[in-house]
Design a protein around this ligand. Sequence first.
Ligand code: ATP
Ligand code: MN
Length: 428
Amino acid sequence: MSAEPEDVDCRSFKDWVLKKETELRLEVDNDDTLDIKLISGSAEVFGTELAVGKVYTICSRLKIALFTWYGCTLRVIGSPSVHYQSGETPMIMYLNAHSAIDQLRTKYEANGRIGPKVLVVGPSDVGKSTLCRTLLNYAVRMGRHPCFLDVDIGQGSICIPGSMAILPVVRPCDLETGEFSKKACLVYHYGHSSPGPNLKLYKTIVSELASMFKERCQANSQTKTGGCVINSCGWVDGGGYKALLHVANAFEVDVVLVMDHERLYNDLQRELPSSTHIVPLPKSGGVVVRSREFRKMSRHQATREYFYGKKSHRLFPFSFEVSFSDVQLFKIGAPAVPESALPIGMEQEDGSTQLIPVEASRSLVHSIFSLSMATTLEEDLTVTASAGFLCITAVDEEAKTLTVLSPAQGPLPRKFLLQSDITFLDLE
Ligand code: ATP
Ligand code: MN
């Protein structure tokens, strides 16, 4: 075998011949990268097609499957930590789900309705985010312009943990980074990595996202036809289930894809309007189960990547000082007063969406804050989009200044900062 110039880089390579409707599953170790080249035939990664002859560098932390509908030969350069071929994939079922959704797009468009709103639900580690990505990719490859909504605040794939976002998708997902272009993305601050700590705030923001989506449909006919795909959290019991029901109702979803969870499928059938299409889907054997520790690390890494980018796509954040007097710090949600501390006959007031001032002090070091787009406190800060996120890296109480790490250069364009309970230890 003659090596081609880009392959002569001291790393070993292996060529894989894949039969039709099979996939090659790869995992890359934490600090490693992997190069992939399609030599012949056709292949895709979760719906993003590979170009023949192009070398793709896969970042660390990614676990991917290279799937082929018709067969292909692939070259893998470097040493994946896991690599194996599988012919058992639910891709045909996912493609069928896409086809049915696309038929709804045509039908709803003819009726002047907003395109299908699709909610993907299921427990942790069943491939919900991957299915969203695949469905969005298939839709844009057919010329549709759907919106991607991520209401998974723990393992979301649009912005920093603790946030929810709406993203218009007009191009397939980038294969190397596993991300869609962030152009025209609108992000909202929630501040926790699960809906549990403040379910009311979570629901409030979901409702805001739903009306924002409607607004965008009114402004753009392609967005209207495209509909949306909503990614949800893997918490499907108790408060998590309530959160899912709220998402389904706020968006008036047309389709719910339930991955690998019979009880959830039955519960939703009972609870949602009969006009909602509820479809059970199996998970792929390739989905990698992640431990609690891994999830925590993954959240930390996602926060880090918000500021520093990925190894192959570095970002260069700024660090600058902000005077205490130039900002106002808040957090959302007052802690509940213990029942015993309430005067007799007094009802507990619900403070979950209340704005609570936060004193600037050293205890804020490592905290992530959202910079609100709001310019006055007349605006409702709980449902105002975020201009960006920053991390407080130092506080000088004498000089009355904060040092912040920010993806954008100072000075800050706004002054209201909302504290998140997500922290980041900047070791760069
Ligand atoms: P969570 O509940 O944490 O949000 P999830 O249900 O959204 O999880 P995914 O994030 O879609 O699950 O998948 C988990 C991991 O498995 C991801 O790293 C994804 O890239 C990987 N994965 C998904 N499908 C496959 C596959 N067919 N082959 C290899 N890896 C896969
Ligand atoms: Mn997910």
